[in-house]
Design a protein around this ligand. Structure first.
Ligand code: NAI
Ligand code: OAA
Length: 320
C-alpha cells in the first residue's frame, strides 16, 4: 500500500457509501478502502467516488477491497455492515443478526488491521461496540462506537427549530446508550455559550429531549425502508478526522467503561478526548442525581442485551 492515511469502510450500503463519500470530498485521508459483500458494487462506488474526488480537486483515492487482506495498513476501520431497522422495529431487534456480522468483521480486523482504530456504527450500537471490542481483543481506546455526536446534532437541530436562531452555534450533549434510554443533557447544552435553560422553559426543553430520543425512529418512519445516513455519516467522519489529525477534541462516543461514572465492563456513551491513539481520555462530568439515574437505566438496558448474548453462548467462554 502506498504511503498516507488509510480508512477502510466495511459495508457499502447507505451509511458506508455516504461515510466514504464525505471522506473523499473532504480529502480526509489518502486512501479509502470499501469492503462490501459484492465486489462489483464496491468497485463501481469506489470509481464513482474517486472521480468525484478529482472533480473536487481532492487527493483521496477510493478503492474496492477484493478480500480482507486489503484492509492491511488501515489507520481506521469503520464497521457499517448490518441490517438497518424498518418502521415498527427498535434498534435492539437487530441484536442477533448484526452481532454475527460484526463478530465476523471484527475477527478480520484483528487479523488484517491489528493496529487500526475501529469505529462501530452498526446497531444496536453499544452492544455492537462491545462485540467488536471482545472479538478484536483491542484495548478499549481503539474500539469506539459512533452515536453521541449524532444524537447531539439532532438535539441541536430540535433546539434550533424551537428558537429559530443560533443554527451552528448550539452545543448539545447526549450521553448513555444509543437507544430509547439515551440521556440528553440540557444542563450541559448552550447556544453561543448561553445555557438553554435561560432561553427555553422546562416544557419546551422536555419536548426537545423527547424528540432527540425519537430522532432515529422519526426518520425510519418517514423513509419506510431504512434509517438515516447523512447525519450519521457526517458524525462518523468527525471522529475519523479527530483521529487522523490528532485533534484531542472532546466528543461523546461509546466506549467500554472502566471505573467511569461508576461502571466497568459495559459500553456506553460518554465524553472522550479523541486523538491519534483513539479515545485517549474519558472525561468524567459531575452528574446530578436525576442524570445519574437516567444514565444507570441506559447502562442497564445495554447490559441486558449483552447478557442475552452471553446466555446464547455468542461469545467464547473465556471472553468475558
Ligand atoms: N450508530 C448510529 O448512529 C447509526 C447506525 N446505523 C446502523 O448502521 C447499519 C447500516 O445502515 P445502512 O448502511 O443504512 O443500511 P443498508 O441496508 O443501506 O446497508 C447495510 C450494509 O450492510 C451489509 N450487510 C447486510 N447484511 C450483511 C451480512 N450478513 N454480511 C455482510 N454484510 C452485510 C450490506 O451488504 C450493506 O452493505 C445499520 O445497522 C443501522 O442500524 C444507522 C444510522 C445511525
Ligand atoms: O434509528 C436507526 O435505526 C438508525 C440510527 O441509529 C439513527 O438514525 O439514530
Amino acid at each position: 500500500m502506498a504511503k498516507g492515511k488509510k480508512v477502510t469502510v466495511i459495508g457499502t450500503g447507505n451509511f458506508g457509501s455516504t461515510v466514504a463519500f464525505i471522506l473523499a470530498m473532504n480529502g480526509s485521508c489518502h486512501h479509502v478502502m470499501l469492503r462490501g459483500r459484492n465486489y462489483d458494487i464496491a468497485k463501481g462506488k469506489a470509481l464513482d467516488m474517486s472521480q468525484a474526488a478529482n472533480a473536487a480537486r481532492q487527493h483521496t483515492i477510493v478503492k474496492a477491497a477484493k478480500g480482507p487482506e486489503d484492509m492491511e495498513g488501515s489507520d481506521v476501520v469503520i464497521i457499517t455492515a448490518g441490517a438497518p431497522r424498518t418502521p415498527g422495529m427498535s434498534r435492539d431487534d437487530l441484536l442477533f443478526k448484526n452481532a454475527d456480522i460484526v463478530k465476523c468483521y471484527a475477527r478480520e480486523i484483528k487479523e488484517y488491521a491489528p493496529d487500526a482504530i475501529v469505529i462501530v456504527v452498526s446497531n444496536p450500537l453499544d452492544v455492537m461496540t462491545y462485540v467488536a471490542l471482545k472479538e478484536t481483543g483491542f484495548p478499549r481506546q481503539r474500539v469506539l462506537g459512533m452515536a453521541g455526536i449524532l444524537d447531539a446534532a439532532r438535539m441541536a437541530h430540535f433546539i434550533y427549530e424551537k428558537l429559530e436562531y443560533g443554527a451552528g452555534q448550539i452545543r448539545a450533549t447526549v450521553m448513555g446508550g444509543h437507544g430509547d434510554t439515551m440521556v440528553p443533557l440540557p444542563k450541559f447544552t448552550t447556544v453561543a455559550g448561553v445555557p438553554i435553560e435561560d432561553l427555553l422553559d422546562s416544557e419546551e426543553i422536555g419536548e426537545i429531549v423527547r424528540k432527540t430520543r425519537n430522532g432515529g425512529a422519526e426518520i425510519v418512519n418517514l423513509l419506510g425502508n431504512g434509517s438515516a445516513y447523512y447525519a450519521p455519516a457526517k458524525s462518523t467522519t468527525v471522529m475519523v478526522e479527530a483521529i487522523l489529525k490528532d485533534t484531542n477534541q472532546i466528543h461523546s462516543c461509546a466506549i467500554m467503561l472502566k471505573n467511569d461514572y461508576g461502571y466497568s465492563d459495559i459500553v456506553s456513551g460518554v465524553p472522550v478526548m479523541i486523538g491519534a491513539g483513539g479515545a485517549e481520555k474519558v472525561i468524567n462530568m459531575a452528574l446530578k442525581p436525576l442524570q445519574q439515574t437516567r444514565f444507570k437505566n441506559s447502562v442497564a438496558s445495554v447490559q441486558e442485551m449483552v447478557d442475552t448474548l452471553y446466555k446464547a453462548n455468542f461469545f467464547d467462554d473465556d471472553k468475558k
